[in-house]
Design a protein around this ligand. Structure first.
Ligand code: GLU
Ligand code: ZN
Length: 467
């Protein structure tokens, strides 16, 4: 088998969200080489900002493309809007062989025909009205100023068959397929056409895309065969559903990559979550891209819809934060958090983050607790623990701290001895006074990290009976 070449071919008409990011990921994992093509022939809906965002999102995710925008090879053009001249040759070839013809039907005519077919219970299909237009009739319509589309003439009575990598053998009757548009009236290339032609011209051997494109595939195969171009292998991935069982959308939890990045998800967490959304991995540990690739096979893609569970994303986020290197984690912190943490304490602080935080906001809250005098927000469970311990406990703690100096173990030993408290009864009230919380980093860490005066002040707060 030759090395698979795959591609991601987004239309820059919106943001990348979990659904199309997963398509990009599967394509990148499936290919020995991977290319990125921008399908921007719909001039009205395509926007340059979306292209920028798209490139940024893919880079952030770590999906590297071997060919595509900004790659070393600027030619051929990776933007379909720049490939019109190339497409023109193929339109001419189709027309010459009688495999395509101009269609002068107006949008209104087509709409009426569609409604009539639907009303009589038939699937709407182009009627074939212009298929037999004589040159004279065509010229007359053109003289009226009508701009024709170009339609592909679908052969009658044939069967189109292909092996889908996920869904097995697929068979379509050509009689069920109406003649379809390959060039729009404004001269721009239609999806069925340029998407297929470019896969062939760019040497793509394996297409991985959503099952919403399954029904397009026989049309694309017909076009490629008519032009004598190679047909890639196809794998159509099952839909993603939200928690409510309907297709994943903004309403049930889908978010754009930009949003997820803004919320503080690490790319590796997303990659691990998405790779397992409809694809089976033996390994349940956090894998890097190479690991994900090594365990990936089209044969492991599931046929039934995959369900996106936000809890899975949190699970991978927690593994990703735990595994993150110092540099990654420092970059991930908010700028204002970085400023709060003294350089000498940063390594310790990052360890705290690894075991206690999922999001930058949580890390920021810890930095404020440890390194500022902002008033602590006292959690109810913590307040209870402090109340139960009573002011005598905190007076003893102040004494113990004075005796122990920087030695945290000594501090705890002295306090235990003085009060008889141990285990939870010792730790909970201290945690409460020092952080306002009932859980978090171990006490030794807190003792070491808090400035001595701050520690004293926080203990002293609880020595007034009014608390
Ligand atoms: N531009 C198409 C889309 O975004 C590409 C479909 C395909 O992958 O073939 O849906
Ligand atoms: Zn027509």
């Amino acid at each position: 088998m030759t090395a698979a070449k795959t591609r991601f071919a987004p239309s820059p008409t919106g943001l990348i969200h979990i659904g199309n990011a997963r398509t990009a990921l599967f394509s990148a994992l499936a290919g020995e080489s991977f290319l990125l093509r921008i399908e921007d022939t719909d001039g009205e809906r395509s926007r340059h900002e979306f292209v920028e965002e798209l490139l940024q999102d893919l880079r952030w995710l770590g999906l590297h493309w071997d060919e595509g925008p900004d790659s070393a090879d600027p030619d051929p053009q990776w933007f379909q809007s720049q490939r019109g001249a190339l497409y023109a040759g193929y339109y001419a070839a189709l027309a010459e062989q009688g495999r395509a013809y101009p269609c002068y039907c107006s949008a209104t005519e087509l709409e009426v025909s569609r409604k009539v077919q639907l009303a009589s219970g038939k699937p709407p299909r182009y009627s074939g009205k212009c298929a037999q237009l004589s040159a004279g009739e065509g010229a007359r319509l053109a003289a009226e100023g009508r701009q024709p589309t170009l339609r592909f003439r679908v052969p009658r009575g044939e069967t189109v068959r292909f092996e889908d990598g996920v869904r097995g053998t697929q068979t379509f009757r050509s009689d069920d397929i109406g003649d379809f548009i390959v060039r729009r009236a404004d001269g721009s290339a239609a999806f069925f056409f340029c998407n297929a032609i470019d896969d062939a011209l760019m040497g793509v051997t394996q297409v991985v895309r959503g099952e919403d494109h399954l029904a397009n595939t026989p049309r694309q195969i017909l076009v490629l065969e008519a032009l004598g171009l190679p047909v890639p292998a196809y794998a159509h991935t099952a839909l993603i559903l939200g928690d409510d069982g309907t297709p994943l959308s903004k309403r049930n939890g889908s978010r754009s990559l930009g949003q997820l990045r803004g919320e503080g998800y690490l790319p590796i967490a997303l990659l691990n979550m998405m790779a397992r959304l409809g694809h089976h991995y033996e390994s349940e540990v956090l894998l890097d891209f190479a690991g994900l690739k090594a365990g990936f096979a089209i044969a492991h893609l599931g046929k039934s819809p995959a369900r996106f569970d936000p809890a899975h994303l949190l699970h991978w986020q927690s593994l990703a934060i735990r595994a993150a290197g110092d540099r990654t984690l420092t970059d991930w912190l908010r700028t204002e958090t970085r400023v709060l943490v003294p350089a000498a304490r940063m390594a310790d602080f990052l360890d705290l983050v690894r075991s206690n935080c999922l999001f930058p906001g949580e890390a920021d809250a810890w930095a404020r607790i440890l390194f500022t005098d902002e008033p602590l927000a006292l959690e109810p469970a913590a307040a209870d623990a402090a109340r139960q311990a009573g002011e005598g406990f905190f007076l003893a703690a102040i004494d113990a701290a004075e005796q122990a100096g920087a030695d945290g173990d000594r501090f705890l030993a002295v306090l235990r001895q003085a009060t008889g408290a141990k285990g939870k009864a010792l730790f909970m009230p201290l945690r409460a006074a020092l952080t306002g919380r009932h859980d978090g980093p171990e006490l030794g860490f807190l003792y070491r990290t808090l400035d001595a005066q701050r520690l004293h002040r926080r203990l002293a707060e609880f020595t007034y009976p009014s608390r």
